[in-house]
Design a protein around this ligand. Structure first.
Ligand code: IFM
Length: 401
């Protein structure tokens, strides 16, 4: 019986613009799609650019009260300094649709993708990066009226990896097959590179600049979200774990000190031995992105976040499983919520749970890993809710929120 979720708890799901909208033509990721063998294109994606009302209605009808979605910088500012009023109006309509349907919008300003021109100018390491991101955020502030939760940037630690991979792809010597940044698979694929600290520090700087601006101009609570690996040390590897944790996530969690909240994003857990991060062991229960089935990761992630940040309001902004079997999704999420509830009982100030994802969507280079509460027919764009959507709504209702 769930009792620990406080009144006003947000229950909902998350998405990202590039993964669901379709035809994000002016973005850097769009330009990179299809370049490597094995990499699929996003194309029309789920056509949520046009069907967002239907998507939000599915959430609201299921009994959920929150929706995390993003604003796409490449649409707002397709060329430097040219702000599209029509696109601002589009995202304002999305925000108003959420209000109308009784959904609390949690709005992300940057979810991995940037305008292509920004990448060509040097991207996050470019001289004008912070200024450019600030100008975009400034352009967006007028449409954030009434929005209570704003995420400046999604998973800066994953973004740092993606930037490293993109650089490697451009490198002539980096021959071989494309590797999805979110797929943690067995050999012979190369291991994911550790996030670059220099990029990480720049992202922290950009986050702080935009946080201060948003605080001046809006009434929103401002934070960012961190991909949490829920590392667990083998005996004798505690020091190694701490060292890796700093590179992979604590730099970014420390960067959230002074924010209004921090977003926890958790999927699986990984062992750290004396030689470093151990690959997920092969197991029939492994998910479609090659990670171990570890619903307990959410509890580990929340507790670690409390420890590093010193205890600030937390939103679970992503948690989910890539599986073709919806009963597994329900089992995983039910277990994850028990671990979350235990962390709350121990004092974590958690304000909401947003499942990843509302829709089966474009998983950064491939379509096979399905994380959605709703299946999407990619020919007709018909939405087919899975039992997990109603189950999550029922779970929210049982907690009285
Ligand atoms: O799809 C991604 C999302 O964009 C960021 N967090 C992890 C998800 C699943 O891999």
């Amino acid at each position: 019986m769930m009792t620990e979720f406080p009144p006003g708890f947000l229950w909902g799901a998350s998405t990202a613009p590039h993964q669901i909208e379709g035809n994000n033509l002016n973005s850097d990721f769009w330009a990179s799609e299809g370049r490597m063998p094995g990499m699929e294109r996003s194309g029309d994606a789920c056509d949520s650019y046009h069907r967002y009302r239907e998507d939000m209605r599915l959430l609201a009808d299921a009994g959920l009260n929150a929706y995390r979605f993003g604003i796409e910088w490449a649409r707002i500012e397709p060329v430097p300094g040219m702000i599209s009023r029509a696109e601002l109006a589009h995202y304002r309509r999305m925000i108003e649709t959420a209000f109308e349907l009784g959904l609390t919008p949690v709005v992300t300003l940057h979810h991995f993708t940037s305008p292509l021109w920004f990448a060509q100018e040097g991207g996050w390491l470019g001289e004008r990066a912070v200024e450019r991101f600030g100008a975009y955020a400034e352009a967006v502030t007028p449409i954030l009226d009434g929005v209570e939760w704003v995420v400046t940037m999604n998973e800066p630690n994953m973004l740092a990896i993606m930037i490293g991979m993109a650089q490697a792809m451009q490198d002539q010597q980096a021959a071989g097959e494309w590797q999805s940044p979110t797929l943690d698979n067995e050999s012979p694929r190369p291991p994911l590179p550790a996030p670059d600290m220099k990029i990480g520090e720049r992202l922290v700087e950009a986050h702080h600049a935009v946080r201060d601006l948003l605080r001046e101009r809006t009434g929103a609570k401002v934070g960012w979200t961190v991909a949490n690996r829920a590392f667990v040390a083998r005996s004798g590897a505690e020091e190694k774990k701490r060292e890796l944790e700093y590179i992979w996530e604590d730099l970014y969690l420390e960067g959230s000190r002074g924010d209004d909240f921090v977003g926890v994003q958790s999927y699986s857990s990984q062992w750290v031995g004396p030689d470093g991060i151990e690959p997920h062991p092969q197991h029939p229960d492994n998910t479609l992105v090659g990670t171990a089935y570890r619903p307990d990761a959410l509890g580990i992630a929340v507790r670690h976040t409390v420890e590093v940040t010193g205890g600030m309001p937390i939103l679970v902004t992503e948690n989910g499983i890539a599986t073709g079997d919806d009963t597994r999704r329900i089992a995983y999420t039910g277990e994850a919520l028990k671990h979350l509830e235990a962390a709350i009982a121990d004092g974590a100030d958690v304000r909401g749970y947003l499942h990843w994802s509302l829709l089966d969507n474009y998983e950064w280079g491939h379509w096979a890993p399905t994380f959605g509460l709703v299946e999407v027919d990619r020919e007709t764009f018909e939405r087919r809710p899975k039992p997990s959507l109603a189950w999550l709504g029922e779970t929210a209702r049982r907690t009285g929120n």
